[in-house]
Design a protein around this ligand. Sequence first.
Ligand code: DGY
Length: 318
Amino acid sequence: MKPKLLITRQIFDEVLARLLPHFEVESNQTDAEWSRAELLARVADKDALFVVTSDRVDADLLAAAPRLAIVATGSVGFNHIDLNACTARGVLVTNTPDVLNEATADMAWALLMSAARRVCESEHWLRAGHWKRWAFDQFLGADLWRSTLGIVGMGRIGSAIARRARGFEMKVLYTNRSPAANEGELGAERVALTQLLERADHVVLVVPYSPATHHLIGERELALMKPGATLVNIARGGVVDDAALARALRAGRPAAAGLDVFENEPALDPALLALPNVALTPHIGSATRSSRVGMAMLAAENLLAFAAGNPLPTRVSR
Ligand code: DGY
């Protein structure tokens, strides 16, 4: 008998094809997310679960899934999974590191450049038919070349962002629990968060979400930023206090923001939606075909290793 696998999203055909010979698969074939009650009902007889970041895996879900032995998330972040509850129940947990590093770093740059150079704001203005003449002071933005970039969280994605900054001849500051091994190669200086916020022209957030990073950037931290600065959140909703950010952006400090993740996504703070100086994208940091297939395939490889009784390639649970 094949183990039973529940997949909460439609996945790529090539990934499903890898799984089908080894699992009895039930997956969500619709565009709609299953309700919590539906998810709990469907997981009740499953041995394995393939989730994404918006699926909460907690003690309640585990209680509803007595046979569950593995949860594979198709994401590098796993803050939606209660690791302690999984470990207590002996449920294995895996994630998808590395395969999304470069795509996510590219997206951080896309948001940074859009926000700093007012790309989205001026496009909306142009589409609305406001462009009547060229002017010297139209949509003046902030320089990137030879400016100072602050990276909050110098992990694998942070390093990929820093590597790209060298082409812009930027000074790179970063925060991290420990010095980055490639600090010299990146020409990066490790500083405290307050110093980074005070000195950087552009700040990119790439830290994982946890109770320790909840509202890491709130009213006090935003007030430390330079008046013309840009803030990019490519990390997780909740790392930034979105309501405080909306107030700060309205007051022009920071001057602009680029946000891919939000506190209550997919719902957004209406105050953010109303602001012109913020570029908004719907959690698409890793959304290139190769990156997303890589993520789904790595989740599948973990499930296949589990089914074969082999060590899991990217296990995060103890
Ligand atoms: C991740 O992998 O954690 C990204 O945020 C995509 O969900």
